[in-house]
Design a binder for this molecule. Structure first.
Ligand code: ATP
Ligand code: MG
Length: 559
């Protein structure tokens, strides 16, 4: 950044970063994204990734990917791989800066011994329950543990034996010796280490004690010489402890913590614990179920990385908790897909139409632009023949006043093809409409009439000859209330209609050969993406979003 740089609307974190660079407090900026590998990343994490990697990129620094693996858990390896894939997919790179909190266990341990020798930490032998009782509450001060004044030698001996595995889980903990009277509960002699006889996916059985997040995090930041340690608001009350550790441990650098409001979105849940529940209890097909707010789910659904980055930018960096309308996310997805997704015609619920005056066996092709928003996207040929499919919804035998689409005796335009007029309705024994009869006007080839007449509706269609059958999965919100976490079990708010499978949609032949994650606009219907379950024999599509933009209309955002 130079002083001449044009003034931009900076969020408060970027303001701090700029000021720190201008004042020379730091020569370059180092941030980190510190996921705990205990689940897949969600859109909230994407917000944090865009912020941390974004700042590093904008100011010529770097952002570390640090696995906060202080908790020994079993599935870490799968999650860690998924996290790396998701960060990369979002368009960010950590370069050589991939770290693990567990890499620092030895150093963290040595620093804990230093704290003990300095009289700033002690081994407490109260039970977890007793420690909780002694801690007091917001209104009540804490009480000191009877073990608080053990000598440094006694503490060192016990702590070393904790490490050596001599004691069962819960027998002792190491606590910082700060202030049991502090108005901030986090400062009432917080626990730094606990005994856990569990294997760790990276350090194996080497450790029987594990550091607490509040201890490991600031010190890991210092080891990595992080300049701006950006986290969410719930850590605000932990900042005094962060600063206390940086001050009282002989660390090589002095990072600072800054808090911003976590991203919340309506109609979904975002805590990994709850997302795990949805996966484990099979309410969804997996972490990458297209209804999940996970990055893997959004990717499978068809969202683009650019759309998610734009979303994160529009949401901004707030200092107060707020809830973002999911319509904004969909708006960003639509905005990007409108630019990049090729158009095709597809009919979800096909109703055959026989064009009676179109010669049997005749076939022609219409040259159609792949994307009217993108001149470089080229054109394709869409076949037309005597039997076509239109959307069942686009026909009504007895149309109400405001229905302008096809009806008996009425003329409509078939996009890029001809005008047709419905001349008859064929029904089965049960009275269900199974086919329409129509005539076409050869003078309207390409979709325009020489006499200038204009039908009120333009329909999409697919030629029966050459049509490709495919499955289409339509998604609705996973929850049917804005805040599934308010009141009762969040699972009671699951939307039973969040997935609808359309088994036999018809698509124009040009779609053949599409591969998983390819994205398209089905004209008039929305944006669709080839699902991972798709095979060359059977294409499966996910509807990413409809074309109906609720957000821009409500908020007056112009396209
Ligand atoms: P969860 O509460 O969903 O389990 P977490 O905070 O435990 O998430 P971590 O893996 O610890 O998940 O998060 C890694 C980073 O992502 C942290 O810096 C955290 O502050 C940030 N983060 C997590 N959730 C959000 C969110 N909703 N909005 C913004 N940042 C988030
Ligand atoms: Mg966490």
């Amino acid at each position: 950044m130079t002083a001449e740089a044009p003034t931009r609307n900076l969020d408060f974190i970027r303001e701090i970063v700029e000021e720190d660079l201008r004042s020379g407090k730091y020569k370059s900026v180092v941030t980190r994204f510190p996921p705990e590998p205990n689940g897949y990343l969600h859109i909230g994490h994407a917000k944090s990734i865009c912020l941390n990697f974004g700042i590093a990129n904008e100011y010529g620094g770097h952002c570390n990917l640090r696995f906060d693996d202080t908790n020994p858990t079993k599935e870490e390896a799968e999650y860690a791989e998924a996290i790396k894939r998701d960060v990369n997919w979002l368009g960010f790179s950590w370069g050589d800066h991939l770290y693990h909190a567990s890499d620092y266990f030895e150093q963290l341990y040595l620093w804990a011994e230093d704290l003990i020798r300095d009289g700033k930490a002690y081994v407490d032998s109260l039970t977890a329950e007793e420690i909780r009782e002694h801690r007091g509450s917001l209104t009540e001060p804490g009480r000191e543990s009877p073990y608080r004044n053990r000598t440094a030698d006694e503490n060192l001996d016990l702590f070393r034996r904790m490490r050596a595995g001599e004691f069962p889980d819960g027998a002792h903990v190491l606590r910082a010796k700060i202030d049991m009277q502090s108005p901030n509960i986090n400062m009432r002699d917080p626990v730094l280490y606990r005994i856990r006889h569990e294997d760790h996916h990276r350090t194996g059985d080497r450790w029987d004690i594990y550091p607490m997040y509040d201890y490991a995090h600031p010190l890991s930041d210092a080891i990595e010489r992080i300049t701006h340690s950006i986290c969410t608001l719930e850590f605000e009350a932990h900042r005094p402890l962060y600063d206390w550790l940086i001050e009282n441990v002989r660390v090589p650098a002095t990072p600072h913590q800054y808090e911003f409001a976590r991203l919340n979105i309506n109609y979904t849940v975002m805590s990994k614990r709850k997302l795990l529940r949805l996966v484990e209890d099979h309410y969804v097909s997996g972490w990458d179920d297209p209804r999940m707010p996970t990055i893997a789910g959004l990717r499978r659904r068809g969202c683009t990385p650019a759309a998610i980055r734009n979303f994160a930018e529009r949401v901004g960096v707030a200092k107060r908790e707020n809830v973002i309308d999911v319509d904004l996310l969909e708006f960003c997805v639509r905005e990007d897909l409108n630019r990049v997704a090729p158009r095709v015609m597809g009919v979800l619920r096909p109703l055959p139409v026989v064009i009676e005056n179109y010669p049997e066996g005749q076939r022609e092709e219409f040259e159609t632009p792949n994307n009217p928003e993108d001149a470089t996207a080229g054109t394709r040929k869409v076949p037309f023949s005597r039997v076509l499919y239109i959307e069942r919804d686009d026909f009504m035998e007895e149309p109400p006043k405001k229905f302008f689409r096809l009806a008996p005796g009425r003329e409509v335009r078939l996009r890029s093809a001809y005008f047709i007029t419905c001349t008859g309705v064929v029904k089965d024994e049960g009275g269900n409409i199974v086919e329409l009869r129509a005539t076409y006007d050869p003078a309207t080839r390409g979709g325009d009439a020489p006499d200038g007449r204009r039908p009120k509706a333009t329909l999409h269609w697919v030629s029966a000859q050459g049509a490709i059958d495919c499955e289409v999965r339509l998604y609705d919100r996973l929850f049917n209330v804005e805040d599934p976490e308010s009141g009762g079990d969040f699972l009671t708010h699951l939307n039973p209609q969040s997935l609808e499978i359309v088994p036999a949609a018809k698509l124009e032949p040009g779609i053949r050969g599409a591969s998983p994650l390819d994205r398209f606009q089905f004209e008039r219907l929305g944006y669709f993406t080839v699902d991972l379950d798709s095979t060359p024999e059977k294409l499966v599509f996910n509807r990413t979003v409809t074309l109906k933009d609720t957000w821009a209309k409500v908020k007056g955002e112009s396209k």
